[in-house]
Design a protein around this ligand. Structure first.
Ligand code: PNS
Length: 162
């Protein structure tokens, strides 16, 4: 049987424990997961694409089923290029649903052969998002239990904090 590949796309600015939770679950279901950083998203990013890739690489902990990539343009186009049969997205709270629903239906319209699969984070990660992490860190709050060590270190460097 051919390898079942999933694409896990996102901004990952920076990667959080919530992302890693989804990635871990996806890698138990699929033979291979390509986690891919969107290079030039419409929203502005704190970390460059190269930095976001580096943080993902440092955080996947040698998981042999996972590889890290970057892409520009349409997610479904990149999914097709890497041979993915599915796009994986994480769901945390009900407010995620509307945007994810819209993206899923649009992606399906663009390529009906690629299915979107939603995975749920564990309860401890429900309120973690990259944006809230950046805001809390900027305001001097503790974020170490919500992100992998590489992301915490990168935030300290970016904001020149010990
Ligand atoms: O981590 P994010 O910011 O929630 O990820 C959003 C992402 C990158 C998955 C989404 O913005 C995306 O797929 N962008 C690529 C452009 C595209 O394919 N748009 C059509 C899908 S509606």
């Amino acid at each position: 049987m051919s390898e079942r590949i999933a694409l896990y796309p996102g901004s990952f600015d920076p990667v959080t424990r919530g992302h890693l939770d989804i990635l871990e679950r996806a890698s138990l279901i699929f033979d291979r997961v390509v986690v891919a950083v969107l290079e030039n998203p419409s929203k502005s990013m704190l970390f460059s694409a190269a930095e976001r890739v580096e943080l993902l690489r440092a955080s996947i902990d040698g998981n042999a089923h996972v590889e890290v990539g970057t892409f520009e343009g349409l997610t479904v186009e990149y999914a097709r290029r890497v041979g993915a049969i599915a796009i994986v997205r994480g769901l945390r709270v009900t407010s995620d649903f509307e945007n994810e629903f819209q993206m899923t239906l649009m992606n399906r319209r663009l390529n009906p052969d690629i299915h979107t699969v939603f995975l749920m984070t564990s309860f401890s990660n429900v309120f973690i998002s990259s944006s809230i992490i950046k805001e809390v860190f900027r305001l001097g709050g503790r974020i170490d239990d919500a992100v992998p060590p590489a992301s915490a270190e990168a935030l300290r460097r970016k904001f020149q904090r010990d």
